[in-house]
Design a protein around this ligand. Structure first.
Ligand SMILES: NC(=O)c1ccc[n+]([C@@H]2O[C@H](COP(=O)([O-])OP(=O)(O)OC[C@H]3O[C@@H](n4cnc5c(N)ncnc54)[C@H](OP(=O)(O)O)[C@@H]3O)[C@@H](O)[C@H]2O)c1
Length: 293
């Protein structure tokens, strides 16, 4: 198949591209820097001139969410980077004669909003007014326009992706290896994680299964609390985890970003992927971390 990927140079996108190439698919990556890398990479403005008939579009581009404090300007960059890219894709999907059969568009567990609750959260829970939720709602609504052109659309509500060379874990490893790790706040917030191999696996499963559409949670079947995550990472690294990071420090250092991303978290479960029969390679956190670190 011919597969077009935005954000294909990123942490998740490169793993997806590698796996799809291994399966003999032809990949075209949409990047902001097509001049710096060899074909088949194109800029978003070149979509209209694409010669290949694209069968599947995977949309992962976006300004990193957790790299900087959320000033009003940074929030706008986070929103624009996703909504403009997605809207450009929609314009392409509307005008192209050969309609792809599927759009897989990024979203995140941030869709489910802030607050901590111990009930299982499947794809039916509605969002709230937090920034993360509003961002995901707007991103999803933009992507869902593809349905009007008869294109099956999956919205990948991704959890905390654990993999080598990037993502959240690469930021956590150094303090934990130095023995400076510890729970964040009271440690009761949920951290719905997923191994990168399984996220790529779910993306491939969406391609293969015509019955999957709408929101699909990209999380493992066994989410853990921050306290359990902390203890498990310490155990795998054989390091102590006795230095907690108090909520007040997070709020002071990171503001709203810290409150929504580090101190809040719901118990998101991959109900639709499991119902559809996806077999997780890494069901438990310890196995996933042992594979990675
Ligand atoms: N990693 C996670 O744990 C996680 C969790 C939930 C959701 N997600 C979502 O999944 C998507 C992929 O995540 P990732 O971890 O692979 O992200 P990443 O490594 O930061 O890659 C994202 C890609 O988006 C493009 N990009 C970055 N800033 C941009 C901007 N300002 N405007 C337009 N494009 C921009 C970049 O491609 P070019 O430089 O080639 O243009 C980059 O390679 C993101 O949208 C993210 O929000 C990730």
């Amino acid at each position: 198949m011919n597969i077009l990927i935005t954000g294909g140079t990123g942490f998740i996108g490169s793993a997806v591209s590698t796996r799809l190439r291994e399966e003999n698919h032809h990949i075209t990556i949409v990047t902001r820097h097509p001049e710096s890398i060899k074909a088949p990479m194109i800029g978003i403005s070149e979509l209209a001139q694409l010669k290949n008939n694209i069968d599947v579009v995977i949309n992962l581009a976006g300004e990193p969410i957790a790299d900087k404090r959320w000033s009003e300007q940074q929030k706008q960059r986070i929103i624009n980077s996703r909504i403009e890219t997605t809207q450009n894709l929609i314009t392409y999907l509307e005008m192209t004669e050969h309609k792809p059969k599927l759009l897989i568009s990024g979203s995140a567990i941030g869709y489910y909003g802030i607050g901590v609750s111990d009930s299982d959260v499947d794809e039916t829970l509605e969002g709230d007014n937090s920034f993360s939720s509003q961002l995901c709602q707007q991103w999803e609504t933009t992507a869902l326009q593809a349905v009007n052109f008869g294109i099956r659309t999956c919205l990948l509500r991704t959890g905390i992706v654990l993999g080598k060379d990037g993502g959240a874990l690469s930021k956590l490893l150094l303090p934990f290896k130095l023995g400076l790790g510890g729970k964040i706040g009271d440690g009761k917030q949920w951290m719905p994680w997923i191994h990168l191999d399984d996220l790529v696996g779910i993306i491939l499963y969406c391609i293969e299964n015509n019955n999957l559409n709408g929101a699909v949670n990209g999380t493992s079947p066994n989410p853990v609390t921050n306290l359990e995550f902390t203890k498990t990472l310490g155990k795998v690294l054989k390091r102590p985890t006795l230095l907690p990071m108090p909520s007040l420090a997070i709020k002071f250092l990171m503001g709203q970003m810290g409150e929504e991303i580090l101190l809040a978290g719901k118990k998101v479960v991959p109900a639709k992927a499991l119902d559809a029969g996806y077999q997780f390679k890494y069901k438990k956190l310890e196995g996933a971390l042992l594979d990675i670190v």
